[in-house]
Design a protein around this ligand. Structure first.
Ligand SMILES: Cc1ncc(COP(=O)(O)O)c(C=O)c1O
Length: 356
């Protein structure tokens, strides 16, 4: 389809700067008109899900060891106890479900928008009575093989919509089994928040997309990081020391969230993310890098391109990506308790983001 590396770079550029078409869409319809509440961050959505599920102090919550440390703030704020299970290199549950300790709730993560295999989690929940929380922070618009929207498969589902929509914040919590009698609280009033300087700059650049390209974004990002490094000592700000304990800011979603959802060009967004994934897959495989997921199934809408890279290959990966004006990031920043027990491959995953 693409004749040259220049063609590929050109197409990648177009996919990062899509023309915006405002159409009519409904998130409520997408989730099958289930009860939903909106929040600022996925962590608040998880906090709400845990509360609705009746999780209290000293209750055990199972979650994967391969996880970002900030999500612990929801669990720690309640006073519940996080207990980790293992995932394998394909991002699936590595432990036999019967070997997991009894817990009040278990978190199942759709990493990078790829569906987590449901059956082992359902088996565990049937056996123990645990509540299944589907962490779909990464998987907005993605579906499993049966066509079911990710985030609507667990008893409760969470979305971090801000990861795929250009918004100061935005997240959702969905109740997927209304007959369980879960009590849902009133929607918190959306708030007009002061946006950060970096978000304001991003929005400005998006509105003047004819004037910018991936190269200018890369140069600007690198200039910002240099200034930040000189002033704070860190090019990319590290997470706050209390990030495992303190939920971010307040829970109210931003005013723009509902409008963005109501006018989202879903078909364009699905096509955009899937095509970017396939293009980056071709580039990275050609250069000898192994993707985390061997295939991109029909209804999967990835949030980013994850691949394996060892420490001694990282400079080469950066060089390959700089040719197309992209970069990769390490994910996740592991919980403090996981760091000493993490297998090496946890540190060998990098992701290429689909937004800038
Ligand atoms: C798997 C997963 N779940 C939940 C969250 C929390 O989402 P938010 O950052 O919107 O609070 C994150 C954040 O990166 C995540 O990666």
């Amino acid at each position: 389809m693409y004749r040259s590396a220049k063609d590929i770079a050109g197409r990648i550029h177009d996919l990062y700067f899509p023309a915006s078409h405002k159409v009519s869409w409904s998130f409520d319809g997408f989730i099958g008109w289930r009860p939903v509440r909106y929040f600022s961050y996925g962590r608040w959505a998880l906090f709400e899900a845990l509360q609705i599920a009746g999780i209290g102090k000293n209750d055990k919550i199972l979650l994967p060891a391969f996880i970002c440390r900030d999500i612990l703030s929801a669990i720690n704020t309640i006073g519940a106890i996080p207990v980790y299970y293992q995932v394998d290199k394909h991002m699936q549950l590595a432990d036999a479900p019967d070997s997991l300790i009894p817990a009040k709730a278990i978190l199942m993560v759709n990493y990078f928008g790829f569906p987590q295999e449901l059956s082992s989690f359902q088996h565990y929940c049937r056996k123990t009575g645990a509540v299944l929380i589907e962490d779909n922070a990464h998987g907005f618009l993605s579906r499993d093989k049966e066509g079911q929207a990710l985030g609507t498969r667990g008893d409760l589902g969470i979305f971090s919509l801000r990861k795929t929509l250009t918004l100061p914040n935005g997240a959702a919590m969905v109740i997927n089994i209304p007959d369980k009698g879960y009590m849902i609280k009133r929607q918190i009033e959306p708030e007009q928040k002061r946006v950060s300087a970096s978000f304001a700059a991003k929005r400005f650049l998006q509105n003047t997309r004819q004037l910018v390209n991936l190269r200018t974004i890369r140069i600007m990002t690198s200039a910002i990081r240099t200034v930040r490094k000189m002033t704070t000592g860190h090019g990319i700000a590290p997470s706050a020391p209390d990030v495992e304990f303190k939920l971010p800011g307040n829970a109210a979603p931003c005013m723009k969230l509902q409008y963005s959802l109501d006018h989202l060009d879903v078909e364009q967004e699905i096509t955009r993310r899937r095509e970017l994934y396939r293009l980056l897959d071709a580039v990275m495989r050609q250069n000898g890098f192994e993707p985390v997921f061997a295939t991109l199934s029909a209804q999967v809408v990835p949030y980013a391109y994850p691949f394996f890279v060892s420490e001694n290959q990282i400079d080469r990966a950066k060089k390959v990506l700089s040719m197309i004006n992209l970069e990769c990031f390490s994910w996740p920043e592991l919980p403090e308790d996981v760091v000493p027990i993490a297998p090496d491959w946890f540190r060998n995953i990098r992701i290429i983001s689909f937004s800038w």
